[in-house]
Ligand binder design. Structure first.
Ligand SMILES: NC(=O)C1=CN([C@@H]2O[C@H](COP(=O)(O)OP(=O)(O)OC[C@H]3O[C@@H](n4cnc5c(N)ncnc54)[C@H](OP(=O)(O)O)[C@@H]3O)[C@@H](O)[C@H]2O)C=CC1
Ligand SMILES: O=C(CO)[C@H](O)[C@H](O)COP(=O)(O)O
Length: 469
């Protein structure tokens, strides 16, 4: 068979992507380094456009030139190992693609390595989970620009389609750009999920609402400006009854969340770049503190926490909704600031409007709201901060009092809401002329002669600080 493409890695994502390609009439060769997974896949999903191979040489021989290999294996050493197994057998201009959640610096290294051998390399961000991989994910390809035309037909065919029919796939930029964009997508995903979890906690613990009531609230929110995949699945999750015992499943799930690393990488990249992604970082930290489950139970049983009474008025649920929307705007603003900074540092020329537009369908953070972000960057591709766009400026102006009220109630009641709080602190930090950094400058100059800058004249100065006490 002269296949159009080979998919390597028959795990959850690789097998679904292979089926998606085959369903779009591409001839697909599939391979997994352990044969059992390949056998299982072929047995469960026989398809006229899919052929399985059990040795790498036969797999390579089966693909039409320039050959295209889509690797979908566990991120890390497995990717290097698959690349090394391919390289000795390739012809010039053959293309290796890595669709896993690889760290973008690994992708930059692999891009240089594979390109130096005369072949082409793409790091492709894939989002949408199992369902997206099968029926249409959002795809973020980064790599050799001149070879993009070779992979574009298959990528655009399998990608999700937004409401305007456009594929949720666009060439992102050179080397690690695609994986960088996916990494920050996941950072935003962490923030979105944490904000939703905080809204849930407030409705449950402060509002004293039942799972059924909260599910209905999320379902209603999903009909309006908060409409998104994550809000819709939250409404479903809260309504789900346990299949092993009485009651709701969500109440039986351990209150402790793990993480594979992409959210943490986003925060580290942001700190390296000097960009504030406090809402994403607070989401990572919230997962961290959730994992100290036993310690939290111990402290909760002590009377260390002292709270204040809270009055709930009839606007409480609407205030939580407005808080969630405002904080979500702040989280995306931080994410897109990070993209802008990375684009300048790495010379990627990221088209932020296109990035927002490919998140409109297929991916985990897909949301109605992404149309507004796309519009903002279409109006002004050089927008420095999303809050400078009229739409977002007015939304934050209209809704922020709700966020202030909600945070005050949560703090009084002792409900931890780090993402909401960081969103407010970010907005206030941006909108405040004096943030206390004059004192920080003075302290640095006092203890380390680091010098300081003045408001009334150019230059840097050092002062002989006196001990007054
Ligand atoms: N699941 C999701 O929702 C999403 C996942 N991703 C990313 O996609 C990638 C794959 O994820 P997923 O399909 O969920 O993971 P799975 O665990 O289902 O599959 C992993 C695959 O990698 C193979 N593999 C593991 N080690 C090696 C190795 N040393 N050499 C060759 N192949 C190896 C496995 O083969 P075997 O089982 O035989 O060891 C299997 O085919 C990851 O990078 C993940 O982060 C991206 C977006 C969404
Ligand atoms: O990439 C994804 C979705 O976009 C994956 O689901 C990702 O693995 C989720 O990250 P984590 O396990 O750290 O929550």
């Amino acid at each position: 068979m002269n296949a159009n493409i080979a998919v390597i890695g028959m795990g959850v994502m690789g097998s679904c992507l292979a089926l998606n390609m085959a369903n779009h009439n591409f001839k697909v060769s599939v391979y997994n380094y352990t044969p059992d997974l390949t056998d299982k896949f072929i047995k469960n999903h026989p398809h006229k456009n899919i052929t399985a191979y059990y040795d790498i040489q036969s797999l390579i021989n089966s693909v039409a030139r320039p050959r295209k290999f889509f690797i979908m294996v566990t991120a890390g050493k497995a990717v290097d190992s698959v690349i090394d197994s391919l390289l000795p057998h390739l012809d010039p201009d053959d293309i290796i693609m890595d669709g896993g959640n690889s760290f973008y610096k690994d992708t930059q290294r692999r891009y240089d390595y594979v390109t130096s051998k005369g072949f082409k390399y793409f790091g492709i961000g894939v989002s949408g989970g199992e369902e997206g991989a099968l029926n249409g994910p959002a795809l973020m390809p980064g790599g050799n620009a001149e070879s993009y035309k070779e992979i574009q037909p298959v990528m655009e065919a399998i990608a999700a389609k937004a409401d305007d029919g456009k594929p949720c796939c666009t060439y992102i930029g050179e080397d690690g750009a695609g994986h960088y964009v996916k990494m920050v997508h996941n950072g935003i995903e962490y923030a979105d999920m944490q904000l939703i979890a905080e809204a849930y906690l407030l409705l449950k613990n402060v509002g004293n609402l039942s799972n059924e009531q909260i599910s209905q609230i999320f379902h209603e929110w999903n009909q309006g400006e908060l409409s998104s995949f994550l809000i819709s699945i939250t409404a479903d999750i809260l309504k789900e009854t346990d299949d092993m015992a009485e009651g709701y499943l969500v109440d039986k799930i351990l209150d402790s969340a793990g993480q594979k690393g992409t959210g943490r990488w986003t925060s580290i990249a942001a700190l390296e770049q000097g960009v504030n992604t406090s809402i994403m970082t607070s989401a990572c930290n919230a997962r961290n503190i959730s994992s100290f489950y036993a310690k939290r139970q111990q402290f909760a049983d002590s009377d260390l926490k002292q709270t204040l009474p809270v009055e709930i008025d009839e606007n409480f649920v609407e205030d939580v909704r407005r808080s969630l929307y405002t904080a979500k705007i702040a989280a995306y603003t931080q994410g897109f600031e990070l993209y802008k900074s990375a684009s300048e540092i790495h010379n990627w020329h990221l088209d932020l409007g296109s990035v927002a537009s490919i998140f409109r369908a297929g991916c985990i953070i897909k949301a109605k709201f992404l149309n507004n972000i796309t519009n903002a960057y279409q109006k002004n591709p050089n927008l420095e901060n999303l809050l400078e766009d009229d739409f977002f400026f007015h939304k934050v102006q209209e809704n922020q009092q709700s966020l202030r009220k909600t945070i005050a109630k949560a703090v009084s009641f002792g409900v931890p809401i780090p993402a909401f709080s960081n969103a407010m602190a970010y907005i206030d930090g941006l909108c405040t002329k004096t943030v206390g950094a004059n004192l920080i400058q003075a302290q640095r100059d006092y203890f380390g002669a680091h010098t300081y800058k003045r408001i009334d004249r150019e230059g840097t100065f050092h002062h002989q600080w006196q001990k007054h006490y």
